[in-house]
Every structure is written in structure tokens, then in C-alpha cells.
Design a protein around this ligand. Sequence first.
Ligand SMILES: *Cc1c(COP(=O)(O)O)cnc(C)c1O
Length: 383
Amino acid sequence: MSRDLESVCIHGSETPAYRDDVRAISFPIYQTASFSHDLVGYNQFNYTRQDNPTRLHLEETVAALEHGVDAVAFTSGMAAISAVFELFQSGDHIVSCDDLYGGVTRHLNSINRKNGLEVTFVDATVPENVEKAIQPNTRALYVETPSNPMMHIIDLIALASIAKAHGLLLIVDNTFMSPVFQQPLDLGADIVVHSGSKFLSGHNDTISGFAIAKDREIADKIRLIAKTTGGTLAPFDSWLVMRGLKTLCVRMERQQANAIAIADALQHMPHVTEVLYPGLPGHPGHEVQKRQATGFGSMISFRVDSKARAYHVLQHVSLIIFAESLGGTESLITYPLTQTHPDVPESMRQQLGIDETLLRLSVGLESVRDLLEDLGKVLEEEI
Ligand SMILES: *Cc1c(COP(=O)(O)O)cnc(C)c1O
């Protein structure tokens, strides 16, 4: 029987490809560019761009958490996603959900298009929309669920069956859920990507990313791309993510508990006109989320009644920090319009509802009473 996630987060893979000689409890940081060889043609490690024991230990841990055959650690989530797009050829087509991390929309619209890779954005909360957008040259479906920042829930089982019927790869960004709440490879996805800068590392102190594959052939292609394009994670950063991962399960649970209390309270606070959180029974994706995930996470988007109120909230919260990013111990509040999604075309933003009244809150590990007091104050104040 394989070990539970709590144990994997702390101890890593049960069958590590490498153990350090002195068996340190905290895995060593192999801060080296290269490795010496004894024999011609055989050695486990060569050169750190390609392989490094510290990174390998982290990769094996993340692969085990996501139930993949292999994971590659990159210098950022965008580096991981960009490497996955290198699996495709000029002339290929991808169907993507329309609500996405802004950097991915930018990549699909700029670098991918420059490379001859076409994209069609659809509202993927309706699986038929995805199926209708498939063309003879479509090679993959790319989705994020819950999506950033509108918290759309996409039915991964339905998309996996569409992908299978049409011979497409299903690629899922699992950043918001982490493997603690959702394991897309078990639901039929082929590749999972992560911004490791968020929940996986969890302390707002490092940038990293992962691509995890379900089968060996794709995993080997991603490894070759990583080795060739060189965006692999440095040993020290690998160690930081590993250290963060040890507490992933307890962080996810506690941040979620805080988020449930806050989402609930926000609905009754003055000037709040809409709360987008999949844990609320009225959220349109609530039932799908319960079917495919074991939690709702700790990301909440909400809308206030004016731009002035949105600015007031951002500029006057005292414990919550007005900053980009998410998933860490510190609660952060973000303005998607100017911070994370400015490069999403205006028409697409309008259609999605990413406007001047939308705020995104990443709920951290502070006292929930203090967080509620902070939000209550900025929402009640006269402006
Ligand atoms: C942050 C984020 C990314 C990009 O990751 P970086 O580590 O910032 O490069 C991709 N997808 C989602 C959902 C994110 O939140």
C-alpha cells in the first residue's frame, strides 16, 4: 500500500533514486554545478542544469504527491508551463479555458502564436463548449480549476473523456488546489502543472514550478525540453520548496478553514456585492467541485460596490497585505485588473467580469478573528 500524502510530504518518495551518504534528516543542498565521473559512460549525476540530487529528491516527492511517473522542477510556474507548450509543433491548436492566470493568457496569445501554435479560448465550465472548439489540428486541452481569478470550476472527468475521445492531451494547472485537495492525473489528465511559488512552497519566499506527467513517454519529452531549454530549479530553491512541502497538508486544511469562515462572513459585510468561493453552496461549480476534489481551498474572489471601495480595501487593510501572489502563510489581497491580468485583452476581461470592483483574497494562516476584523473595518469605514 502506498503511503498517505502527509507522509510523502515529509519523507518524500518511498523508492528514492538517490540517498545521501550520511542520511541527514533534512535532505542536503547539493550546491554544485557539476559531478565527477569514475567510469566512462556511467554516473548518476552530470551537471546541475540536467540533474541534481536535491532537485531530484523534490521532483520525486512532487511526482508521488500528484500520482505521476515523474515531475520536473522549474524556476517558475511559467517556466514549467512554457516547457509543456514546447511539446507541440507549429500548426497545432490548443483549446483553453478563458479564465486563466494572466501570464498563461499572455503566453498563449504572444509566444505560442509567434511559434505558430493556435489557441481557442472557451468557457470550459460547459464541457460542450470545449468539444465544439476542437479542430482537426487540436492537440491539447489546457485548463485551470478553480480558475484564476473568477473561481470557475471545470469538470475534469468530463474533459478527460472528451480528450480521450479525440486523442488530445489534457493539461491541468492544479496550483489552487494542490494535490492535497485534487489529483487531476487520477481524474484522467495527462499532465499537471503547478506554480510551486504558491501553496507547494507556501511561505511567499521562493519562485518555482512543476510539470508532472502520467506516462513515461511524455515525462521523458518534458525532461529533454527542460535539459535543453535550461529552466530547471536551483538546489537551494529546491530545498526551500521541500521544506515548505513538509507542512503542506496542515497548511491547506487550516487555510481552508479560515477561508470558509471568511467567505461566509463576507457575504454579510457591507458593500460586498458578490463572493466567489466554490465552498459556498450557491457557487455554480459547488457540486462538481465536491465530486472531483476533497476541498475548496483558500482562494476567494469578491466584488465590492464601487472602484473607490475596492481602492479603499486595498490601501487600508492592515494585517492583510496588498500584494500579488497567493497560497502562502501571509494573507494577500490582489487587484487582478492591474496586477495579475492587465495583459488579458479588455474584451475578454469584460466578458469574464475582471473589472475595477473585483478583489482576490488569498487566505493565510493568521488568526481568523484578526482577518475578519481587518476586512470588517475596511468594508464598514466611511470613504
Ligand atoms: C502564479 C501562477 C502561475 C505562474 O506561476 P509563477 O510561479 O508565478 O511563474 C500559473 N498558474 C497559476 C494558477 C498561478 O497562480
